[in-house]
Write a protein that binds this ligand. Structure first.
Ligand code: GMT
Length: 376
């Protein structure tokens, strides 16, 4: 198939999933066209089967807000015509599903029919999309999509609860390339450079937005390091970064925290991590937790949204109510406090991650494309 993929080309989970999906589909023989405003961060290889088309939004002083949706719709029309793209898969409803629908209508005028698959990722539903400013447009775009998928059952339930949805939503969980997250024999695993032998390594990865509750990450780590030697690896950039740094200074733990900024090599950091913290306020899936588990890192998380579909209580880690820092600390110390127990949790985490192997999940998207095309 010739598939157009629209996504946010950033470090956010939706962009990562869309990019990994496109790359895997290309390996499976499909022709993939990424259509977005920047080259997606994880799209390292442009091959015969993988193309990237940039959406340009010319700055014009008359516009207070530059019309990205319009530029995207026009680009979709042009690319569908030029490359004979058969299906458009848009990740994140706002504004991608809306722009794709406009493109579809314009193409119909030219006698071309291209169906749209929309994948909902979470914040487009739970945080942003349900806002009255966007709700009518998001509802419309979801209902006008030819197929809709959500990355967890929890997200599907939220969508059905928050919006007046007329069509079916398929749950297709996020996935992981297990080859990239090797647990044993990873020659680049440089634990010795990051911490002393006696220190436990705790990791957090996010875009440091309020929804990630990074204050809780710091509190949990502060409590852990009072009980045992430990270091915290903090990966990501975002609005809460300065607050985090200031809190570390105030607590006197700055020398135990390593800030990595945005990283394209989280596998190399996860490979020497002992525990992953994800105490988010809400999370439709928690791709970062899955990436940790794939590296054999147990997860201490909140029990919100789709996280319980990924992190299994008492098996790959523990889940607590949002904000219950004391229980999260207790559980972290329980896992880290005994080498044999830690080893078991690490093995369990990797085993649970196997359920999300991309070889199992990507065919589900292919089936949805085929089914959608067959109905045209
Ligand atoms: O978590 C974020 O803030 C980024 C956001 C995004 O849109 O990229 O992530 C969402 O999609 C990811 C991929 O499906 C999920 O793993 C994240 O759980 C989800 N984030 C939230 O629901 C807060």
């Amino acid at each position: 198939m010739k598939i157009g993929i629209v996504c946010y080309p950033t470090f956010g989970g939706s962009g990562v999933v869309a990019t990994e999906l496109g790359l895997e589909l290309s390996k499976r023989g499909h022709e993939i066209h990424f259509i977005t405003y920047n080259q997606p961060v994880r799209l390292e290889l442009i091959s015969n089967n993988v193309h990237y088309h940039e959406v340009n939004v010319p700055e014009y002083p008359l516009f207070h807000y530059q019309p990205y949706e319009l530029a995207l719709s026009s680009k979709l029309v042009d690319m569908v015509k030029l490359h004979k793209i058969e299906i458009l898969h848009v990740h994140y409803a706002i504004p991608h599903a809306y722009a794709a629908y406009m493109a579809k209508k314009m193409l119909q005028e030219a006698g071309i029919y291209v169906p749209i698959v929309t994948t909902l990722h979470g914040t487009d539903i739970t945080l942003v999309g349900s806002h009255p400013f966007y709700k009518p447009a998001v509802t419309f775009s979801i209902n006008k999509s030819d197929a809709v998928t959500a990355v967890s059952q929890s997200l599907k339930d939220d969508t059905m609860r928050l919006f007046d949805i007329k069509n079916d939503i398929h749950v297709v969980p996020n996935f992981i390339d297990l080859e990239k997250y090797k647990v044993h024999g990873f020659s680049d695993c440089q634990r010795g450079m990051m911490a002393k032998e006696s220190e436990k390594i705790i990791t957090h990865i996010s875009n440091l937005r309020p929804v990630k509750r990074v204050d809780d990450v710091i509190s949990i780590f502060y409590n852990i390091q009072k009980e045992m030697p430990a270091r915290l690896m903090f990966i990501g950039e975002g609005p809460e970064k300065e607050k985090v740094e200031n809190r570390c200074i105030k607590l006197g733990i700055l020398d135990k925290v390593v800030f990595f900024g945005k990283s394209n090599e989280i596998d190399k950091i996860l490979c020497f991590s002992d525990l992953f913290l994800l105490p988010s306020q809400t999370e439709s899936f928690g791709l970062a937790a899955l990436e940790a588990m794939a590296s054999g890192v147990p997860v201490i998380s909140s029990n919100t949204g789709g996280i319980p579909e990924v992190n299994v209580q008492g098996v790959s880690g523990f889940l607590s109510n949002v904000g219950d820092v004391d229980e999260m600390t207790k559980n972290a110390l329980y896992i880290l406090g005994d080498e044999n127990r830690l080893k078991t949790f690490k093995e369990n985490a990797r085993r649970e991650a196997l359920k999300f192997d991309l070889h199992k999940i990507v065919p589900q998207y292919e089936a949805i494309y085929q089914d959608t095309l067959s109905k045209c």
